[in-house]
Design a protein around this ligand. Sequence first.
Ligand code: UD1
Length: 352
Amino acid sequence: MKIVHVVGARPNFMKLAPVFGALRDRANVTQTLVHTGQHYDVKMSDVFFQQLGIPLPDVNLAVGSGSHAKQTSEIMVRFEAVILERKPELVLVYGDVNSTVAAALVCAKLGVRVGHVEAGLRSFDRTMPEEINRLVTDQLADLLFTPSEDGDENLRREGVAADKIFRVGNVMIDSLVRLLPEARKISQDGIPARYALVTLHRPANVDDGGTLKGLLESLLEVNRDLAVVFPAHPRTRQRIAEFGLNANQLRILDPLPYVDFLALQARSTVVITDSGGIQEETTYLGVPCLTMRENTERPITVSQGTNVLVGRDAKKLQAELSKVLSGHAKKGTVPLLWDGHAGDRIADILVG
Ligand code: UD1
């Protein structure tokens, strides 16, 4: 079977690695890797390929940054040419970024089968660009690989035929399980013994000066009780500089490679984030997670895991932080099929 994988942005790479790895071991499979170039900085892309053991992309579409329409349409035009030339039998797309929806749309128009890895997640908030990407991709996909039961339910409710839906578990957790032993060996010189690990990059949180100022003030307050360690996304760094905001007392770092970030997560007292994937990783690790969003497309991390939604409410953040610091953090369990074998299950479904 000729399979093309499409990735483009940082959160795609740890989802691709286990699926690519599982298919590499199967007979009669030819894999082509397409990187759209949505993320292009070494620290947002190349270093992940190295650490996750993913081969260099066969094709790089080099689209770079731009408005949603520009980025999505550039990917579509350039990816169409790749599909016409390579004629795959199946294209696998990952997660919910612009590269995901763009590739799915190209395939649907050309009549090429699409599999969506991490299907069915819904925040029910259409102001999030990712929610639009999820809804459209899942309507177009032929095979939908879900991480949890809520994903299956969302898809059935939206009219997706039951025989297209496959609950395989969480591919992102496959990468975590594989690389956690390596992460535990990393020394953390210069990092305090107890700390809050922070990430923040959602447009809704960082693109408005007033909102970002408020969030940074909350973090400065956290920093009085617990050192804040903050590897910042390039978007966030740019906004802090552009709005002239004060974040001097926070330990702001460059974006970190996968294993280094995992090491920080595993040892942190608490994680404060607006990321999607980090809500899942902390649930697996049993580390308390305070999510600076009003909603989540990963509700199982709240119902079963260690995640608490604090939104942009500074008081709620402080109240939840106090619980953590007084030893009363939320305890959780690891959801079913978040076991390190989701990639193998996808390979079984595709080629047996
Ligand atoms: C994208 C995804 C988001 C994901 C995030 C993880 C979409 C709609 N959003 O958001 O779901 O959580 O990736 O990182 O696909 N930039 C750089 N270097 C890079 C990439 C980006 O400096 O390698 C800067 C540019 O200024 C760019 C900005 O970050 O304009 C935003 O990048 P973009 O790819 O549009 O979206 P992300 O915010 O990264």
